[in-house]
Design a protein around this ligand. Structure first.
Ligand SMILES: [Zn+2]
Length: 148
């Protein structure tokens, strides 16, 4: 069965995307995958206190502690280009997508640099890590944040 194309307007372009890409653009995720919730739960278990959606910090880190000076970003592998198997690129409008993804990656690097300049330890957690070995992720958060 051929996939139906959906017309979308993004960044001043009108593009046609397949349904999977359309869902991604609408931020639809599988029900059992709430990467941020997983990370918050692990941080809580590790005894960390934090605030969520820190809009007043560069890049609005998903979780942060200002006094301890650490910030955690929970990045979707697709939008933020992790490089794992979730990092696919739509075949249509390839140049558009590559430019968009490149901007995301650039923005991420700028946000992290700005935070480090403010003295923050910055940790990036990838969506796929929250679906895999949680003990390993827990250990990584523990060691990286205790150096903060
Ligand atoms: Zn990944």
């Amino acid at each position: 069965m051929s996939d139906q194309l959906v017309q979308k307007r993004r960044d001043g372009h009108v593009i046609r995307v397949d349904s999977k890409t359309s869902d991604r653009m609408r931020g639809i995720r599988q029900k059992d995958t709430k990467p941020e919730i997983v990370v918050r739960k692990l941080l809580h278990e590790l005894g960390h206190r934090y605030r969520v959606r820190n809009r007043d910090l560069p890049g609005s880190p998903d979780v942060a502690n200002r006094s301890r000076r650490w910030a955690v970003f929970v990045h979707g592998c697709y939008w933020h280009r992790h490089g794992c198997k979730a990092t696919t690129t739509p075949k249509r409008n390839r140049a558009f997508w590559e430019a968009k993804f490149a901007r995301n990656v650039e923005r991420d690097a700028e946000s992290a640099a700005a935070l480090r300049k403010l003295g923050f330890t910055v940790v990036v957690v990838w969506e796929c890590e929250t679906k895999g070995d949680l003990a390993a992720l827990r250990e990584r958060l523990h060691s990286e944040l205790n150096q903060a």
